[in-house]
Design a protein around this ligand. Structure first.
Ligand code: AMP
Ligand code: GLY
Length: 417
């Protein structure tokens, strides 16, 4: 199978790594990719947001499956363009991707499908914002309606901070604060059949101890030793299947990856958000544990034949990933700094630990930083303690001036808390 992956983050590197290990994959291409993906796939300098350019590339390559990684091309309808040309595509239509593209749309779908989520108001004027904030009280949760790379959400005890963010957005969702640990559960779906993957936990805040601003995600681990073993079945029944059924009922079936961001509250599981694509960095740990070859599963989702898929199998190992981010991330990051130590990790830590590239590019002989999240150092081990040790040993070999990473990824879970 000839596969083309669209995107260029650590999630796409993880996807390409898994696809490159799949014996059914005969050729692997990626656009635009990054310096790390170049080691497992052939790169093409195509604008991921341009549906006709992506389709033309897929045709030229004779791609038999296109996998669209990030949300922006999905919301822009890139998967629609590829499918219209008759090429199987893993990723929802632009309309179905509104599940991620508009928080107000997601709330509407959840209400119609009876999916448990935070009570919320959609506000378009400063007066509505103030009334909603007063109604809920602190902590305040204020979400920009549109796509914001995980950075449009403000959760704060401070009314003035909440008002400022609410007033700065054209359309904003203000909702009830959900207490309790967060879980990311992904499911592969063809629009009818829903196949949940293994749960993971992401670390959204920039600093240790869940301090600092929200980010796209600073690390992740899987499995979750503290979670109820029935969690996946419960979320399939109460969240994933009803959502997929509701979108099909509306005439906009969702095929691709449905990502449920969940809070495990004292009153039960609640959806915090949906995404229409694999999460980053959770994908790095989920795919590290997936034993079933990936390409056939994605192709069945794209073809509408997921009901014929054998149950997925998982490695009995734990996985941890630690994101190394640029100076000043999640503010405007500093880029262009050389990255040292990549060869040392490859020589000393493989195959248990490896570097997945996010914002990197080649500059002469060097690999330099080119984005906010630069690398995702991923490791597996017999348990979370071993996976953590291996991940942090590899992180310690990476040199990137001014870089930052959290030191507490999976620490509590490894210690049994
Ligand atoms: P989102 O982009 O909707 O996932 O929000 C980003 C992060 O903000 C989430 O992962 C949570 O940590 C936090 N958050 C969002 N909504 C809520 C909520 N209703 N209650 C508590 N925290 C929230
Ligand atoms: N890790 C959060 C996300 O991918 O949105």
């Amino acid at each position: 199978m000839k596969v083309l992956v669209i995107g260029g983050g650590a999630r796409e590197h993880a996807l390409c790594r898994s696809l490159s290990l799949d014996p059914d994959v005969t050729a692997l291409h990626c656009a635009p990719g990054n310096a790390g993906i170049a080691e497992v796939a052939e790169l093409h300098p195509v604008d991921a947001l341009d549906g006709s350019a992506v389709t033309a590339l897929a045709q030229e390559l004779g791609a038999e499956l296109v996998v669209v990684g990030p949300e922006a091309p999905l919301v822009a309808g890139v998967a629609d363009a590829v499918r219209e040309a008759g090429i199987p595509c893993f990723g929802p239509s632009g309309e179905a991707a509104q599940l991620e593209g508009s928080k107000a749309f997601a709330k509407d779908v959840m209400a119609a499908a009876g999916v448990p989520t935070a009570r919320s108001y959609v506000c378009t004027t400063p007066e509505e914002v103030d009334t909603a904030l007063d109604g809920f009280g602190p902590p305040y949760v204020v979400k920009d309606d549109g796509l914001a790379a995980g950075k449009g959400v403000v959760v704060t005890e401070d009314l003035e901070t909440a008002r400022q963010h609410g007033h700065a957005c054209d359309r904003v969702v203000i909702e009830e604060f959900l207490d309790g640990p967060e879980v990311s559960l992904f499911a592969i779906t063809d629009g009818s059949t829903v196949l949940p993957l293994t749960p993971a936990q992401d670390f959204k805040r920039a600093l240790d101890g869940d301090e600092g601003p929200n980010t796209g995600g600073m690390g992740a681990y899987s499995p979750l030793p503290w979670a109820d073993p029935k969690l996946v079945d419960e979320v399939l029944e109460t969240v994933l299947q009803p959502t997929v059924d509701e979108l099909r009922r509306r005439g906009t079936p969702f095929s691709g990856l449905l990502y449920a961001g969940l809070a495990i509250t004292s009153r039960g599981v609640r959806v915090i958000e949906f995404n229409a694509r694999f999460g980053d960095p959770e994908t790095q740990v989920v795919l590290a544990r997936l034993r079933t070859p990936l390409a056939g599963v994605l192709l069945r989702a794209a073809n509408g034949t997921l009901d014929a898929q054998a149950p997925l199998t998982w490695r009995d190992e734990a996985a941890v990933t630690v994101v190394v981010a640029s100076h000043n991330y999640p503010g405007t990051p500093r880029t262009g700094d050389p990255i040292e130590g990549l060869d040392e990790v490859a020589a000393q830590d493989a195959p248990h630990a490896y570097v997945l590239h996010a914002g990197t590019k080649r500059s002469g002989d060097a690999v330099v930083s080119a984005g906010g999240r630069v690398l995702s150092v991923t490791a597996t081990g017999a348990d979370l303690t071993e996976a953590r040790e291996r991940a942090y040993a590899a992180v310690g070999r990476i040199g990137l001036d001014g870089s930052q990473h959290r030191t507490d990824i999976a620490a509590k879970a490894a210690a049994g808390h």
